[in-house]
Every structure is written in C-alpha cells, then in structure tokens.
Design a binder for this molecule. Structure first.
Ligand SMILES: Cc1cc2nc3c(=O)[nH]c(=O)nc-3n(C[C@H](O)[C@H](O)[C@H](O)COP(=O)(O)OP(=O)(O)OC[C@H]3O[C@@H](n4cnc5c(N)ncnc54)[C@H](O)[C@@H]3O)c2cc1C
Length: 398
C-alpha cells in the first residue's frame, strides 16, 4: 500500500464516521427498541455517497477499493449493526450484478442502486433451507412473458422496505439446465409478492427483516442474473464473499466500540476505593479484548488487501477473517457487559447490551461460522500439504 492509498482510505473512513456521528446514540437505541429504521435513512446514506462506494464511477459509484469498503463497514459496525446490514445486503445485490450481470444489466441496474434510487435485498434463505442453500425450493417456471417465480423466503434483511429482491430459485424450463439454480431480480411491487415484517429478533432488530411469499410473480427473462445453473455456486457465492467482508469489518467496528466503552467505564466507575481499571482482573479482561481486536484487525485488513489486489486467496482469507472477527467479537461483547455490570444489561445505561445481542447474529449470517470453518479447513488442508511439499523439495534439492 502506498501513502496515497493510505491517506485516501483514511479520508473515506472519515466520510463514513462524520455521517454516522450525526446519529445520536439515543436514536440508535430507539430504532432498536422500535425494531425499525426511519424511512429517511437510505436517502441520507445515498446523499452522503455511501451506498455504492465499491461500484465503478462509470456505473454511478465511487470506485473505492475493498479496504476502503471494509473500513466503511467498520464505522457502521461501531455505530449500529442494523444500519450496517442495509449496506451489506444492498451491496451484495450490486456485487451479484457487477460480477454476473450482462453489460446491459450493469448499465440498467447499477447506477440506480449505487445512487440509492433503488434499495436491494438478498433473498436466499428459505424456511427449510439455510446453510444447505442448494436445497432451495423456490421455482422459476418459464412462461411467455419470461418466468413465474413462486416460493417462500425467510429472514431477509431489509425486505420490509427494499425496492428489489435478488431471489434465488430453481429453473423449470424443460431445457438442459432444468432444475438448476438461478438468480433473478424481482421488484417488490410485482403482483403476487407478499412481504411480512419479522419482529422479536435477538439482534439486528432494526434491520427490518421480512418473510416473503411469492405466488406466480412474473418477471421478464432479462431479469435473470448470471448463467442458468450458476445461481448458488457463482452468483450467491460472489455476493456472500462481499457480505462476509462487510460482516468481518462490522464485527471489528463493534468490537472497537465495546473496548472503548469498557475502558471509559472502567476508568470512571469506582469500587473498593479505586477505579475498576485498577483492579487486575478487570485489566485481564481488557487485555483479552484488546488482543482480540488487534488480531481481528490484522485478519480483516489482510483479507481486504488481497481482495483489492485480485488475489485468488482473498475468498478463503475473508472467510477466516469473518470467522475470527465474529467469534471474538461475541466474546469481547460478553466481557464488555461483564465490566459494565448491571449498567451493561440496560439499554438506558449503555450500548453494550445491544452489541452483545447483535454480535451473536454475526456468527450466523453470511454463512454460519460452521460453514466458514468447513471452508477454512478444506482450503487450509491443501495449503499446508503444498507448503510441506515445497519445504521438502527445498531441503532435498529435488
Ligand atoms: C438477523 C438475520 C438476518 C438475516 N438476513 C438474511 C438475508 O438478508 N438474506 C438471506 O438469504 N438470509 C438471511 N438470514 C438467514 C441466514 O443466512 C441463515 O440463518 C444462515 O444461513 C443459517 O441458516 P439456518 O438459520 O437455516 O440454520 P441451519 O442451516 O438450519 O443450521 C443450524 C445450525 O447447524 C449448523 N450446521 C448446518 N449444517 C452444518 C454442517 N454441515 N456441519 C456443521 N454444522 C452445521 C449451522 O452452522 C447452525 O449453527 C438472516 C438471519 C438472521 C438471523
């Protein structure tokens, strides 16, 4: 990274930090309690140019690299993970079009999404299929107008407000790719579509999740994104890779907030005649929190740097960063609540209780951490065998 890259990235991060500083902590708590975000939020993010940052300027975005995008997500994570989730799913829809769309689809959809004129949501999970995404039962039946989309989706972030859904299903056209996975864009004003808001979540309560029922929703053939058969392995996988980067950095940002709040609280709260920060068992917790944060930061930045450089190892390093950052963020939030005592258990006293609930979700979304572990182990095994072989060859001179 040269000096210009570094200063540009700091400048990008500052843009996000300035906008987010405008949201009062009491308002963020109120959104969480109301399980809803103000309708004006996407407009504010769009106006600040923060919705299409990684999209090229040619397509209405800002052309930021993966590191700047990650740092933006870290800023959102420090503020509100519900707010981050809109940026995440909206970005995943754009990423799918960017990677798998035709030139015409990119020209048609990306400028409106990047400028926030339309907001996207990512609809993969179904009531009976989560981690096993290849099992989804939504169908796209070929018809004269294009396709009739029918099926059910559940746990879809921001579905309650989105303008367009990226829906994954199985093709039924009687052709050679019959019953293979496909992705399509489905505007939310399409007849036959019903979205029911989901309430009472543990975390991400203001992310406006929805359950979706699709009954013969007609879309033109031009709304199919990616090749027939590539719906899960390429279109969803590419979008989820970006989603994982967003969640890794978002967890990092939330971790930073938990550490900062804990340090401040430990310094001002006195028990047994001295501030909590002087008690060594509190220092032990702070040491673990700080170490987790620093290790997660290195992994997140490494993954983003690889992605920015177009390195093929970026995907597995992103899975590693997401797995590590989310797991350690849960533990950091747990310790933050412990340091705050009862004040850590009340939304009126601190924001640690919200981070504690929200961060648990980061271990489940964008591919659960068990799915990340499988990916890390499968790639890592090959990597370590190769490295041992290289070492042996070097030593024997073969
Ligand atoms: C707040 C929130 C927001 C979400 N937003 C979206 C969204 O915008 N779009 C969307 O499509 N989905 C969304 N989801 C759904 C999310 O992606 C799924 O919850 C996730 O993929 C896991 O699927 P599942 O819940 O069906 O769990 P399951 O797949 O049923 O798994 C249950 C448990 O078993 C484990 N498990 C499963 N298979 C294995 C295995 N082979 N080996 C070991 N362990 C295994 C899992 O890791 C998990 O711990 C959201 C969920 C939440 C909670």
């Amino acid at each position: 990274m040269n000096k210009t890259d570094a200063s540009l990235r700091s400048q990008h991060r500052l843009e996000a930090a300035r906008l987010l500083a405008g949201f009062a902590p009491a308002d963020i708590t109120a959104w969480d309690q109301a399980e809803s975000l103000p309708a004006a939020i996407p407009g504010l993010l769009a106006e600040a140019g923060l919705l299409g940052t990684f999209i090229s300027t040619e397509h209405g975005g800002r052309g930021w690299d993966a590191v700047s995008f990650g740092l933006l997500c870290a800023e959102f994570g420090q503020s509100s993970l519900s707010l981050l989730s809109i940026v995440t799913v909206h970005s995943m829809v754009m990423e799918a079009i960017r990677l798998s769309g035709t030139d015409q689809q990119r020209a048609e959809w990306l400028p409106a999404l990047a400028k926030g004129k339309k907001i996207g949501a990512f609809a993969l999970t179904e009531p009976d299929f989560g981690s096993e995404a290849t099992g989804i039962q939504t169908t796209l039946v070929a018809c004269d107008e294009g396709y009739r989309v029918s099926g059910r989706k559940k746990w879809i972030s921001y579905a309650a407000r989105a303008d367009v859904l990226l829906v994954f299903g199985k093709l039924q056209d009687g052709g050679p790719e019959d019953n293979s996975a496909v992705a399509c864009l489905l505007p939310t004003d399409t007849p036959g579509l019903r979205i029911t808001p989901m309430k009472g979540l543990l975390g991400f309560r203001a992310a406006m999740l929805g359950e979706i029922e699709m009954t013969d929703c007609v879309i033109p053939a031009a709304n199919l994104i990616g090749r027939k058969g590539a719906g899960i392995n390429y279109v969803a996988a590419g979008a989820l890779d970006l989603g994982r980067l967003a969640i890794a950095f978002g967890s990092l940002g939330a971790m930073e907030a938990c550490v900062t709040d804990s340090v401040n609280y430990a310094k001002q709260r006195k028990q047994f005649g001295q501030s909590l920060s002087r008690h060594q068992l509190i220092q032990q917790m702070l040491a673990d929190m700080i170490t987790s944060y620093k290790a997660a930061e290195r992994l997140c930045l490494h993954a983003a740097e690889l992605r920015a450089a177009g390195d093929p190892m970026a995907a597995v390093e992103t899975a590693t960063a997401k797995y590590f950052a989310s797991t350690h963020a849960v533990s950091v939030a747990n310790q933050a609540v412990q340091i705050h005592g009862a004040a850590g258990c009340s939304a009126g006293e601190s924001r640690t209780e919200r981070f504690y609930r929200d961060l648990k979700i980061t271990e489940i979304i964008e591919g659960s951490n068990q799915m990340q572990q499988i990916m890390i182990a499968q790639n890592g095994m090959g990597e370590f065998v190769q490295s041992a072989l290289r070492r042996k060859r070097l030593m024997t001179g073969d």
